[in-house]
Design a binder for this molecule. Structure first.
Ligand SMILES: [Zn+2]
Length: 77
């Protein structure tokens, strides 16, 4: 894990990543800047998204086929 350093918004002192308050002026430091999980490209997520798309497409085609066959059997009985 990479150590991230922040600056105090009040006095500009460098504060360690896990510090909650500034060591010099005591000002409350903002929450450690962490990259949002959504911002990090996740190959598993991409694969899962594509799997969902493919399954949805196949399911849609199957449903369409079933509806089509049912409509044909209804029309030509
Ligand atoms: Zn400070």
């Amino acid at each position: 894990m990479m150590a991230t350093f922040r600056f105090c918004p009040k006095c500009g002192t460098l504060a360690s990543a896990d510090a909650r308050t500034c060591g010099r002026c005591g000002a409350k430091l903002p929450a450690p800047a962490r990259a949002a999980p959504e911002a990090i490209p996740n190959p598993n997520r991409v694969i899962l998204t594509w799997a969902v798309y493919i399954v949805a497409a196949i399911g849609g085609f199957l449903l369409l086929g079933v509806v089509f066959v049912l409509a044909l059997t209804y029309l030509f009985r």
